[in-house]
Write a protein that binds this ligand. Structure first.
Ligand SMILES: NC(=O)c1ccc[n+]([C@@H]2O[C@H](COP(=O)([O-])OP(=O)(O)OC[C@H]3O[C@@H](n4cnc5c(N)ncnc54)[C@H](O)[C@@H]3O)[C@@H](O)[C@H]2O)c1
Length: 451
């Protein structure tokens, strides 16, 4: 069946199924009734997400693309374990993904490659009539962000960012509280990527980046690309895990928008110190000049008055934390000490109480509905939801709840924070990628128990 014919077939059969209230897969038998999803990037993230996609009876993965045989071997084991047929493989160099999206009859692709590849891969897919789910961030420059918006609008292809933290159970409960007015009117949110990545950037301190010494298990792939960004850029390199989850709370792109930001970076010490302590002062990596400041702080101003503070902190010894704080005129929630304070509700004034009972009481309906299926999926269940949202959007051919405008407004913080830092923390304008539609767009993420 041709690309278009098969897609029309899916649409028609879905309608017939919906009308009859049933959708017996046995009626269709052949894989053509299921979504055909290709994977580009079968590294550690790609393998986990492949497993979740293969868990779904409505998805086939007929084709994968990677350039590293070790990662391909690993993902083939995931196929084997799932009992699904082995996929066709594209592995003929870094541009071979273009052959895959041109030749293969796909409904969608999921991209889990290094950051710099997300934009070219998403563009090539949309231009070949294929929907996109991309890992974070979706793009690295302002122009790339506009490219994704313009191409998605021109082709009608979906470009979803797979920001799984939006679906974290506590985050969704807090979103539910926000929507019920528990915190009053929101005034300030915080989030960030605070993750000691020194072992990932250097493996044991001597392998990985530039060292050319034995690679370890996790670092052999990621160190090869992630570390270069710390050499080249002083910016909030990974803003979406912090910004994505608070965006729906603040109705970003749907009633509100981010207007401008300032970013400030500390000096860069942690990576050099780690190399010297683990590899010695004479190690070749000890000469590398890292641009990335150890802590990068960004403050964003929203059209409706709120501020958002983001932190990027990956070069120092520290426990993992996404640093969430959600604050309104009536009270606030802070993740790090698992605490909440609501005026008129908390038992003692000026004192925190545990957030546990609140998270339970306001457990989001979506989580309640899919709790059983989500358990066992990656990252405490949230990966189940992001995969589900992607697949359902493709099946309905409808804009996903985290759409291309969300993808770029989260991702554009990378280049804009870099610009602000370069200009001594000058205020930098944030483009309105919705071209004014934010004023009339209605909130959608987590509004019901549907997505
Ligand atoms: N949302 C999350 O929770 C989460 C978690 C981990 C990683 N990620 C994101 O997923 C992406 C991948 O991260 P990872 O940890 O799996 O890294 P990884 O290094 O393990 O995997 C990247 C894979 O991409 C392949 N690749 C590189 N260039 C390619 C090309 N031109 N064509 C085809 N394949 C190519 C590599 O060979 C490798 O297998 C990154 O963008 C990362 O930020 C997201």
């Amino acid at each position: 069946m041709s690309k278009m014919n098969r897609r029309d077939f899916i649409k028609t059969t879905a309608l017939v199924g919906a009308a009859a209230g049933i959708m017996p897969t046995s009626l269709f038998g052949a894989s053509s009734s299921r979504l055909q999803v290709g994977i580009i990037g079968t590294g550690f993230r790609g393998q986990g997400m492949t497993r979740l996609l293969l868990n779904r009876p409505d998805v086939d993965i007929p084709v994968i693309c990677d350039i590293d045989d070790r990662m391909i071997d690993r993902v083939l084991k995931v196929f084997e374990k799932s009992g699904r047929p082995a996929p066709k493989i594209y592995k003929d160099g870094p541009e071979d993904f273009r052959n895959m999206v041109t030749n293969e009859d796909l409904d969608g692709i999921y991209i889990a490659t290094p950051w710099e590849w997300h934009h070219p891969m998403a563009m090539a897919a949309m231009e070949n009539d294929i929907h996109v789910g991309t890992e974070v961030p979706a793009a690295l420059t302002v122009n790339q962000c506009w490219d994704l918006v313009n191409t998605s609008e021109k082709t009608g292809k979906l470009c979803m960012i797979m920001e799984n933290v939006n679906y974290r159970r506590d985050i969704m409960a807090v979103l539910y509280m926000v929507r019920q007015g528990l915190f009053g009117e929101l005034i300030h949110c915080q989030g960030g990527y605070q993750h000691d990545l020194r072992h990932v950037k250097f493996n044991d301190g001597v392998g990985g980046y530039g060292g050319g010494v034995e690679f370890g298990e996790k670092a052999f792939s990621e160190a090869a690309w992630r570390t270069q960004h710390s050499v080249d850029r002083n910016a909030d390199l990974y803003p979406t895990h912090g910004l994505g989850p608070v965006s729906p709370m603040l109705d970003i792109n749907r009633g509100n928008r981010m207007v401008h930001l300032t970013s400030t970076a500390t000096q860069s010490r942690g990576l050099h110190k780690y190399i010297v302590e683990n590899g010695g002062a004479d190690h070749p990596n000890a000469k590398v000049d890292f641009k990335l400041g150890d802590v990068v702080t960004t403050v964003i101003k929203c059209a409706k008055g709120q501020t958002i503070m983001l932190s990027h902190d990956t070069n120092s010894p520290r426990p993992y934390s996404l640093n969430f704080r959600v604050q309104g005129t009536q009270g606030l929630w802070m993740k790090d000490n698992k605490s909440i304070y609501i005026e008129g509700m908390s038992p003692e004034s000026h004192r925190w109480e545990s957030d546990e009972a609140y998270l339970e009481k306001y457990d989001h309906p979506l989580w309640k509905r899919f709790e059983d299926q989500a358990s066992g999926a990656g990252h405490g269940g949230m990966d189940f939801f992001i995969v589900r949202a992607f697949v359902e959007a493709l099946k309905d051919n409808q804009s996903p709840v985290i759409d291309v405008y969300d993808a770029v407004s989260m991702s554009v913080i990378v280049p804009l924070s870099e610009k602000s830092i370069r200009l001594n923390s000058a205020s930098v304008k944030i483009p309105d990628f919705t071209r004014g539609k934010w004023k009339t767009n209605k909130p959608i993420f987590g509004l019901t128990d549907a997505y």
